[in-house]
Structures are given as structure tokens and as C-alpha cells.
Design a protein around this ligand. Structure first.
Ligand SMILES: [Zn+2]
Length: 695
């Protein structure tokens, strides 16, 4: 390695010393490594191939360096990034799981192993095909994810011969060459550097045998041209700028020339640039001699090596100074978002990989921003959902402030749809939330002037969402959204509360293809009791009901209207609803996934995917249930969807005005005449007070 600048070099001939190479590790590389660790590597700390980017020195006073950029981490098989200013060089990255693992790495051993690879590449002839292998490098690192730091060290392994290499001469190329030759060399170098094929080859040889023109050749062409007695220069891209020392790459180049081509004395060209032009004043031509090393042909030979950056020969490992990339300069928004997703990414290390891309791109429509809506929206964000649409027609009241976890007292009197937005964004700045103040059009409820507009609005909202959460406070208000989801084949999740029991379910797939354009007949004929995978469809929230949705609130006592539930129940039901959604998202069959039953089905990576979950806190019961769609369901049956597809909102308005029409349409009227059916409750033993009220 070169001594400091103020030390004047000894007169020639003298031992060959070179200017060290340095790494330039860009902050975006650190960010990319951080994400690679989080998203891909997990706990895997085995070595991975990376790419560094090397160039000849282009500055009069500053040495060039090997750059590590985000592209460095793209697997070499998929990495086509390379240009005249980014000559790709293969490297190895060992990223440890903790700082102790980093400190315990046997750096001398690792360096020798890399040097062995270089020696092997020399002996096997790989260098001729890929000269940049001579610049192979090693990075060891530890990504401190919590503190936004990357600690690292870089090594540029260089083979060490027992006997010294001697520098016989070293002068500016412009002084060594005649004007004519300098001009010719300059021209050839320019051609070499402007060709995509050759510009990424940092080692070459210069054929100076012809009087008129100088030709630059690739190492692989050596066999055809050797022994012709021509005058030769062995050229390489030189990272150094100094006039009294060649750059680092010369050492391994000489090792190659000695071991592979059996040379003992060579003339070399240290190629340097100014701007993007060859600079023959700065470039050096020199001569070096080196006695042949012995025993290196042995395949088990472990060569001595130097090359840890910043380390001088004889330095102990203790003195090695770690370099550090501080990622705290990343934009605060990005850091906040990374912080908020960290727990999900860490789940992927040992549990199951959460599909954050899908979760963050899914638009979740939440119908209801009350007790369940607050909990579910918060949990969805915790799961990585970043697009929410919240629909609610009510206002925050003082009694809501404790039960509905997002609101505070100053929200009292404010529409929930207005109040919820800042609370969601305070918790998760990256969330894209749209909130709409609107009543859900509901059968049997007094018809307002805006009901038709509301119907159209809801149609649009459901169509533009990926999943719909039914979290409204009445049973009947879920009818129209359920029908829309069945028609659109849209994921729908329901959560509902009783006094001390709760219920969460995912609706099954819809009965058939959504009508497109005017091909209504085709869409009708495809309606089926099976889903598109040929499985019997799972039921919806209404499949167990044998009465039409009517106003269920007006005739009730206060405790029924206010849906008295045990505190904490909403959190449990919401947890199940949000979790059910993420499991559904993770299932390869999505909405068509069959319903798992605990004890009979085996778990997928994210656990069972039941159709319905029913729990009771008084008995600490939890059941997983499965039910197929009913052919007389008032929301998802073929008859209802067919009617909706053919009559659209006329049909919906008729149901809103005259809910019993649904019973006629689906044959429920007939059914009830034939048997003494009453409404089947979710919990068979439930009395009136325990009937599932919905929040
Ligand atoms: Zn149904």
C-alpha cells in the first residue's frame, strides 16, 4: 500500500507499492440493504453475490473508488446494469444478524477465502473471460434495523507473493510515447471505452508492434497473439491519481501475468481519464519484475492476502475501524412508514410472509365507523392496509367516546365520517383515507330523498374497492352491500356483536360473472350455486335468514336499540374480522377458498381460514363454522342477483319500500307457509336480548 503523500518514494528500482483502493458506499445502498434484510433475507446470513462498480480515475487530485449502489444488490444473474462509468465487479456480501456476529467474523480467514477464489480464477483461465474477477471484493455488514444504521467493512483481496515485486520504471505515458504513438494509443483507448462490449473490461493488453497503429486487445485474445515478439503494454483501469504510484489493481494483474502467463517482467499502462477522455499525461507507463512464485499451482494452496480497507500490513484485527451508514437522513415520512411496517416484515422472518404489497394496494371499504369501524380500521392499518374508505351516516356522541376507540370528546357532535379521518392519519401518516357521510340504503327504513343517490354511490364505492367490511349497527343495513358484493364477486367480511357473544365471517363468492356491457343474458345464464372453481359457494351473512330485512330497531326497547354488549367484545370481533381478511388475502384461492373447520383441516402458513367464527365470552367458547350459500338467500341467491342484474336500482328501491317482496322472490313466503319457520338466530340458545346486534 502506498505511504502517505508527504513521504517521497525511494529512487528506482524499488519495491512495488501501489495506491490503495477505497469503497464508496452510497446511502441508497444502505437503504436497499436494509430492505433486503427486512423483506428477503430475514434471518439468513449466508453470503450473497453482489456487484460493485469500478472506473478509472477521472479526477486530477482524488482517487477513484469502488461504488456500491442499490443496483449492487440486484442478483448478478438479473443485473444488466453496467456502463463506462459503472464497470461491474463481482463481490460477496456477508450480512450478519447482530453486532456480535459481525464482530466475531474471522476476517483474516474470510479474506484468504476470497483470495483463494481469485487464485482459482487465475489458474482455471476464468480471468481471460472475465477480467473483472481480478477485482473481486468482500463486504461484511450488520444492518441495525432499529437504529437506522449499517455497519460495514470492505476488503479488496490482493494476493501476496513471498518475494517482492520490483518497480523498475514509472513515468507519465505522454513522456514515454512519441507524439504519434500517444495519438494512436489515445484513439484506440477511446474506441475501447466507447464500445459497450469492451468498456466494462478493466484489464486489457496493448499491442504496439505496428509502427502506424496501436491496437487494444482483450485478455481472451492472448493465445492467438502471443510469441509473436510484439511490443506489449498490459493495461488496466487505474483508480489512483498519483504520479508516483500505480493503483491497487496492478497487484492482482501482475499475479495473473506471473501465475497464468508465466511472465517475470512486464511493461504496464495505468489508464486514467479526464472527463471522459483518455488522459495520457496522468496515465502512467511503467515496468515491473517479479520472481516466479512456487507452489501456487497446488489446488489446495491458500495464498497470503491483504486488502481490508483502511488496514495497513501488520494491523491487528482490534484496530479495524467499522464504517457506518446513517440512514436517519431518509425522509421522515419513509422512516415513519418503515417503523410502522417493521413488525409485519419481522413476521415474515420466521412466521409467514405478509404480502405487504397486496395489503397496501387493496382499497378496503368500511361500512360503519362506530365501535367496530374504529377497531377494524385501526387493525387494518396495523396489518399494512393503506387505502381505506369509511362510510358512516352518524355523529359522534358522548357515549361513543369510550366505546369507539378513535374518538375524543372534542369530536362530539361531529359526523363520524369527518371525525375519523384525522385520527386515522395521526396514527398512520401514510394512510390514504376517504370518508363519506352517508346512510346505507336499508330495506324498511323511511325513504329519504337522497336514497337513490346513496344507492348509486354505494354501487360505485363497492365496485371500486377490493374488500368490503360490513360493520353497520343494524342487520338490515347490510343487505344492499351484501347483494352488491355477491353481484361483484367482491370479498366481504362481516363482524357482529351480541351481548356477550360475537361473530365474524367472510362471505362466499358471488353466484357468477359480473354483467359486462349489454350481455345481460350471458351473465344471467352463468349464475350458479358453485363458484368459478366448481366448488359449492359459501354463504353470506343472510344465508341463514328466512325473513326479509325490515326495520329491526324502531320497535325495540332502549337496551336493544343501543346494542348493549360487554366491553371488549368489539375488540375481539374486530380482531377476528381483520385477521380473517388477511388470511383470505394470503390464500391462493382468495374468495373461493373453502371454509376450514378447526380440528378437521390442516393449517396453512397463516393458520386456518374458517368461513365463520362464533365466540362467547361468558363461556369462553370459540367455534369455527361453515355454511353453504342458500338457494333462497335474500342477498346472494341466484334469484336475487338475477333480479338485480335485470332491474338494477328499480329492484333495490322496490325492496327498500316493500321488503317482503324479497320473501316472494326467493320462495321464502312459500317456505314459511309450508313449515312454521321463524328467523334462525346466529346463536340458537340466544334469547331476544342476546340476538346479534350489529355495531
Ligand atoms: Zn346469502
Amino acid at each position: 500500500m502506498a505511504p502517505k503523500a508527504e513521504v517521497r518514494p525511494r529512487p528506482l528500482p524499488r519495491p512495488l507499492m501501489v495506491e490503495a483502493i477505497t469503497s464508496c458506499v452510497e446511502t441508497p445502498f444502505g437503504e436497499a440493504l436494509r430492505l433486503l434484510k427486512l423483506d428477503v433475507l430475514g434471518t439468513d446470513d449466508s453470503p450473497i453475490p453482489i456487484t460493485g462498480y469500478y472506473t478509472p480515475c477521472t479526477h486530477p487530485k482524488v482517487s477513484g473508488s469502488l461504488r456500491l449502489s442499490p443496483e449492487s444488490l440486484v442478483p448478478p444473474s438479473a443485473n444488466s446494469f453496467g456502463s463506462r462509468n459503472y464497470c461491474p465487479v463481482p463481490g460477496t456480501l456477508i450480512n450478519t444478524n447482530n453486532i456480535r456476529g459481525f464482530q466475531n467474523l474471522d476476517v483474516e480467514y474470510l479474506l484468504r477465502e476470497e483470495a483463494k477464489k481469485i487464485l482459482h480464477d487465475i489458474m482455471s483461465g476464468k480471468i481471460e473471460e472475465g477480467p473483472s474477477l481480478l477485482l473481486r471484493f468482500l463486504v461484511i455488514s450488520f444492518a441495525d434495523l432499529k437504529n437506522w444504521k449499517i455497519y460495514y467493512s470492505v476488503a479488496f483481496p490482493s494476493l501476496v507473493f513471498k518475494s517482492e515485486m520490483t518497480l523498475l520504471s514509472l513515468r507519465s505515458a505522454s513522456l514515454v510515447l512519441s507524439q504519434e504513438k500517444a495519438k494512436s494509443l489515445s484513439k484506440s483507448l477511446k474506441e475501447w471505452r466507447s464500445s459497450n462490449e469492451t468498456t466494462v473490461l478493466p484489464f486489457f493488453w496493448v499491442d504496439m508492434s505496428s509502427d502506424s497503429s496501436i491496437v487494444i486487445r482483450q485478455l481472451k485474445d492472448w493465445k492467438d497473439c502471443q510469441d509473436s515478439g510484439q511490443k506489449l503494454l498490459f493495461g488496466f483501469y487505474d483508480n489512483g491519481y498519483r504520479q508516483d504510484y500505480p493503483g491497487w489493481a496492478l497487484r492482482n494483474y501482475i499475479a495473473f501475468l506471473s501465475l497464468r502467463w508465466k511472465m517475470e517482467k512486464v511493461q504496464f499502462l495505468c489508464y486514467r481519464e479526464r472527463g471522459s477522455e483518455p488522459d495520457l499525461e496522468k496515465s502512467l507507463i511503467g515496468e515491473a519484475s517479479f520472481p516466479p512464485p512456487h507452489g501456487w499451482d497446488d489446488s489446495d494452496y491458500v495464498p497470503a492476502a491483504i486488502g481490508w480497507e483502511g488496514e495497513k500490513p501488520g494491523d491487528g484485527r482490534k484496530e479495524k475501524k467499522l464504517k457506518e451508514i446513517n440512514l436517519e437522513s431518509m425522509s421522515p415520512e419513509r422512516r415513519d412508514e418503515e417503523h410502522q411496517l417493521l413488525h409485519l416484515k419481522l413476521m415474515g422472518w420466521r412466521q409467514f410472509p405478509v404480502d405487504l404489497k397486496k395489503l397496501s394496494s387493496f382499497r378496503c371499504l368500511l361500512l360503519g365507523a362506530g365501535t367496530l369501524g374504529c377497531e377494524v380500521s385501526r387493525l387494518l392499518m396495523t396489518w399494512g392496509v393503506r387505502k381505506l374508505t369509511v362510510v358512516d351516516g352518524g355523529h359522534v356522541s358522548m357515549s361513543d367516546v369510550l366505546k369507539q376507540s378513535l374518538y375524543v370528546d372534542k369530536d362530539c357532535g361531529v359526523p363520524r365520517a369527518t371525525a375519523i379521518v384525522p385520527h386515522l392519519k395521526e396514527r398512520c401518516p401514510a394512510v390514504d383515507v376517504e370518508a363519506i357521510q352517508m346512510e346505507i340504503p336499508t330495506p324498511g327504513n323511511p325513504v329519504s330523498t337522497s336514497v337513490l343517490d346513496d344507492c348509486e354511490r354505494l354501487q360505485t364505492l363497492v365496485a371500486s374497492s377490493n374488500v368490503v367490511f360490513l360493520l353497520t349497527d343494524t342487520w338490515e343495513s347490510r343487505w344492499f352491500p351484501t347483494l352488491l358484493c355477491a353481484n361483484e364477486n367482491k370479498m366481504a367480511i362481516t363482524a357482529a356483536l351480541g351481548y356477550d357473544s360475537y361473530f365474524a365471517m367472510r362471505h362466499g363468492a358471488g353466484p357468477g360473472t359480473v354483467a359486462e356491457g349489454s350481455d345481460m343474458v350471458a351473465a344471467m345464464s352463468k349464475l350458479s350455486a358453485e363458484d368459478v372453481l366448481g366448488r359449492q359457494r359459501l354463504g353470506c351473512y343472510f344465508c341463514n335468514d328466512v325473513i326479509a330485512p325490515v326495520d329491526s330497531v324502531s320497535n325495540r326497547t332502549l337496551d336493544q336499540q343501543c346494542t348493549v354488549t360487554r366491553p371488549g367484545l368489539a375488540s375481539i370481533a374486530s380482531g377476528h374480522a381483520a385477521d380473517l381478511f388477511t388470511r383470505l388475502l394470503n390464500h391462493p384461492d382468495g374468495i373461493h377458498a373453502p371454509g376450514d373447520i378447526a380440528g378437521t383441516n390442516s393449517e396453512g402458513p397463516s393458520g386456518l381460514l374458517p368461513h365463520q367464527i362464533r365466540g362467547s365470552v361468558s363461556q369462553y367458547n370459540l367455534l369455527t363454522l361453515m355454511g353453504y350459500s342458500s338457494s333462497s338467500c335474500i342477498a346472494c341467491s341466484n334469484a336475487v342477483v338475477r333480479e338485480y342484474r335485470s332491474r338494477g336500482l328499480d329492484f333495490v328501491m322496490q325492496v327498500i319500500n316493500e321488503p317482503t317482496y324479497l320473501e316472494d322472490l326467493t320462495g321464502l313466503t312459500e317456505l314459511m307457509k309450508s313449515a312454521d319457520y321463524s328467523r334462525v338466530e346466529w346463536v340458537d340458545e340466544a334469547d331476544d336480548d342476546e340476538e346479534f346486534a350489529d355495531m
